[in-house]
Design a protein around this ligand. Sequence first.
Ligand code: NDP
Length: 484
Amino acid sequence: MKFQPRASHFIDGEYVEDTNGAAIEVIYPATGEVIARLHSATPAIVEKALNSAKNAQAAWAALSGTERGRILRRASDIMRERNYDLSVLETHDTGKPIQETTVADATSGADALEYFGGLAASLTGEHIPLGGGDFVYTIREALGVCVGIGAWNYPTQIACWKGAPALACGNTMVFKPSETTPLSALKVAEILVEAGAPKGVYNVIQGYGDVGASLVSDPRVAKVSLTGSVPTGRKVYAAAADGMKHVTMELGGKSPMIVFEDADIENAVSGAILGNFYSSGQVCSNGTRVFVQKGIKEAFLKRLSERLAHAKIGDPMDEDVSFGPMVSENQMNIALGYIEKGKAEGARLVYGGERIERDGYFVQPTVFADVTDNMTIAREEIFGPVMSVLDFETEEEVMARANDTEFGLAAGVFTNDLTRAHRIVAGFEAGTCYINTYNLAPVEAPFGGSKMSGVGRENSKLAINHFSEMKTVYVSMNDVEAPY
Ligand code: NDP
């Protein structure tokens, strides 16, 4: 099999196998064929990975930030040089079109390695002068062994978004990809070693939720960073709390996108397309509740349908294809189930709405209009190519409705009224907001959610605070005054 890795796990600088672990079949979502066979980690593998990360951590943290950064930047260069091959792998692992994977996966991972590699040498504490000549200095210290647990939609990106800041700060990592997409994280581990990372600094083990759970509860682990759904987030956060571990939770969403009558309709349609159909809608920050002001509703829907007719659906390895399959049969059935609910609850189907008759797990890009706030498709995260269009009349009304959700990952507004744009984003209860665009996530900017969508932030300088902690050192320049 062309995509079969040398072994299932990558621990202590090398590939490791234990065939006693439960079988994991990797399926190419465009055809349903098995492209690799792996094994879930046994307790012995979990133990080996955690020991390796623990043993490597002190020496890694003792390197200068410049040295750690140089390794991360070298890894970034290697990833960029191999972008095409890594993208082919990512396309087979996830089903996402090669048109997307060549610009949004290994490249985004490389951005994170480069950015945090660049920051590594500048990570410091501070000097705090006090009265009478006393002072405090702070030392920024690594947390220790960090666990990363990934979802299946952006496997390379998630492996790097968690690994790069963790390693820059002097932590080591055990990363567990989703069992649906286990292949590319192994490549990230290989590349880091090739770039000079000492063995044990970045380990990858495969497995189902039980493997993730055993990592989270292990006393050697200081921090857990999860990208996943809200129900999994709840479990992982609770297990981490038991050991008082640090957490970052990047969870799901049902984000609003508001389009006012004065917006540039072409831009708003582009935003709605990117925010609903990129990666076949399997993006956590998608703006799946598109609120369109009444006066432009029909014009918006007409342009949207015209442009969706130009989506080229098909073999994701064809460079002209812009819309591929969903990641798995299971995920396809979830999306089709929601489409049926939308129809049954009275939403107006404007576009798509069916499985595509061909091999693999293809669902048409689907648009419902006349969606109301209480319909299931407007309340629950679908994680598929299903857009809900809702109408509104006033700014005040739409603001309240946009925030009426347990989630708070992202939110966007399209308008040409400058003051309204800023007023709207000030009112959004969401971690990541957009004005006149949607779904961009550059490494320089913090990314993460409010409310049930998460805790903490990835990317940007803020991620450093989530992968390190400050030690305070009080220095007295005077005699010690005791009362007796
Ligand atoms: P899941 O929550 O099902 O799984 C996420 C990861 O957690 C998987 O690796 C999973 O393993 C693992 N896991 C499951 N149960 C446990 C447990 N008890 N302890 C530790 N680990 C566990 O999410 P999906 O993989 O289905 O991904 C889709 C979800 O991810 C969506 O809800 C989406 O919104 C969210 N997401 C959020 C992003 C963000 O940045 N906010 C980005 C991308 C996705 P296994 O797969 O083996 O079950």
